[in-house]
Design a binder for this molecule. Structure first.
Ligand code: SF4
Length: 233
């Protein structure tokens, strides 16, 4: 037998067929389907676009037939609708509210003001681009968009949830340093919220190379324990 170098022998490498279980994803698909058909929308409105929500919710357009109904607390809500311009003071409340919502959570920016500031593009008192501060799943542009457009936007979000593509909430954890940096730029370096986003990122296993950075270091240096608020009547 000659000394043949085995590495020179051509080997026919047939692709190995992957064993697939047709039922493996059934449970996940069922969960995504149910999630897309039972969404609670937080009662929180900013700007003038909110005026289109009552007709979208009531008998003419009847949002509830899609499985969407209003919810009064962020802890139980799935969708945060930002319905118009957001002043810097309001943005703080928007972020506090968003962080209190449980994952998975979805944000819809209604009105042109949430996209680029709209008619307030030169105002010193409003935040121009909502997605610099929290991740946005969908924008419904217009000044203001009609209820049909709102319903269409919600249906698009439902389709994204059903196919498991509405994952922008993960970006908040994966790129927390970016969002926090923009928040600090607007509110000052003392900005902090009661929610432990870095701890949540670890819990969800979404801590990435951009979760921590120079801005989270600033947060660490200024963070102090929460003090109970004194109620003043
Ligand atoms: S886009 Fe128009 S309707 Fe909507 S919040 Fe801005 S100014 Fe108001």
């Amino acid at each position: 037998m000659s000394n043949t170098d085995l590495s020179n022998i051509e080997v026919n490498q047939k692709p190995v067929a992957k064993r697939s279980n047709p039922f493996a994803n059934v449970f996940n698909e069922l969960v995504s389907f149910c999630r897309s058909r039972s969404m609670f929308m937080l009662h929180y409105c900013t700007g003038c676009g909110a005026i289109e929500l009552p007709p979208a919710m009531t008998s003419r357009f009847d949002m509830e037939r899609l499985g969407i109904q209003p919810m009064v607390t962020p802890r139980q809500a799935d969708i945060l609708l930002i319905t118009g311009y957001v002043s810097i003071k309001t943005l703080k409340r928007v972020i506090l509210t968003y962080e209190q919502m449980g994952a998975p959570k979805y944000v819809i920016g209604i009105c042109s003001c949430t996209v680029n500031g709209g008619m307030y593009w030169q105002s010193y008192a409003t935040a121009k681009k909502l997605d610099e501060y929290i991740p946005v799943d969908l924008y419904i542009a217009g000044c203001m968009p009609r209820p049909e457009a709102v319903i269409e936007g919600l249906q698009q979000l439902m389709a994204k949830i059903k196919t498991d593509e509405a994952n922008s909430w993960k970006k908040y954890y994966e790129h927390y340093d970016y969002y926090l940096g923009n928040q600090q730029h607007l509110f000052g370096n003392n900005w902090q919220t009661p929610t432990d986003i870095i701890g949540e990122a670890k819990t969800y296993q979404l801590e990435g190379p951009n979760t921590l950075g120079e801005h989270t270091k600033i947060l660490e240096s200024v963070q102090r324990p929460l003090e109970p608020l004194e109620m003043k009547l």
